[in-house]
Design a protein around this ligand. Structure first.
Ligand code: MF3
Ligand code: CO
Ligand code: CO
Length: 256
């Protein structure tokens, strides 16, 4: 499939969708406390997206996914299914991944939250993962290649003794959830697809404290580390501009 270059009307719609997804991450933060279930978080996000934003939670029924958000706790790498039985406890780290559809366009973003007081090793993993996303965003502009993006993430992760998950990647995004190209979070400089103005895509590195290998649970969705050690992920939806990048899912706590 070709890479779809967005015109300014399409980019306006991507801005709206991106902003709504970011707002869900801002809204949910105060609810992430010890004792809450991931299903309760799912419900709060779902109701806000549907009733307030008049938007669609993209994960719900996507290829059979049963909930409106993904919630991935501790050693869960991604695509965790919210559950009444999964209650957060002090020291947990949790990724909430929000994707909304508004006026036919998708916005996709995720961040890590700490439940109570994090251990120092969990905090370090989460922070290095966020830094790896920010370093990648910083270099985005026309002419940069996807291998440059993958390489900068891999360098930052591995120089800090973490591994980069290979089995899942970022993606083009627009009127579909996952468009071309695939955006790998590892790679070699000066290789791969060349970025052009008007491209919209996600970068969503998953970093593991131990080895990079993942396994899929029998529920068909939940992805875990094989070694049971912690995993972190951060995600933004981006647009390539004439001179650089626009972060379509920026939150007010961020300064791009
Ligand atoms: N939001 C995820 C991504 O970043 C995809 C989730 S698919 C789901 O690409 F079905 F698990 F929701
Ligand atoms: Co994504
Ligand atoms: Co996502």
């Amino acid at each position: 499939m070709p890479v779809h270059i967005k015109n300014s009307d399409e980019l306006d719609k991507m801005r709206v969708a991106g902003k709504l997804a970011a707002e869900v991450l801002e809204l949910i933060e105060p609810y992430i406390i010890s004792g809450v279930s991931t299903e309760e978080l799912n419900q709060i996000c779902h109701n806000h997206i549907v009733d307030v934003q008049k938007a669609i939670p993209a994960p719900l029924n996507y290829k059979g996914f049963p909930k409106s958000i993904c919630s991935s706790v501790n050693h869960v790498v991604c695509h965790g299914i919210p559950s009444e039985n999964k209650r957060l406890k002090n020291g947990d780290i949790v990724n909430l991944d929000i994707t909304v559809i508004k006026d036919g366009y998708f916005g996709d973003t995720s961040k890590m939250f700490f439940v109570g007081t994090p251990t120092s090793h969990a905090k370090r993993l989460v922070n290095i993962c966020q830094e790896s996303l920010y370093k990648a965003i910083e270099i985005v502009k026309p002419g940069v290649r996807l291998g440059d993006i993958g390489n900068i993430i891999q360098q930052h992760a591995e120089s800090n003794y973490y591994s980069v998950v290979r089995d899942y990647c970022g993606h083009g995004i627009g009127t579909e959830f996952h468009e071309d190209p695939q955006v790998l979070h590892f790679g070699r400089p000066d290789t791969g697809y060349e970025l052009q103005e008007g491209m919209t895509f996600t970068i969503e590195p998953m970093l593991n404290a131990g080895r990079h290998h993942t396994k899929l649970k029998k529920d068909g969705w939940t992805v875990e580390t094989v070694d049971g050690r912690l995993s972190a992920q951060w995600e933004h939806t981006l647009a390539v501009t004439a001179s650089g990048v626009e972060v379509l899912t920026a939150r007010s706590e961020e300064n791009f």
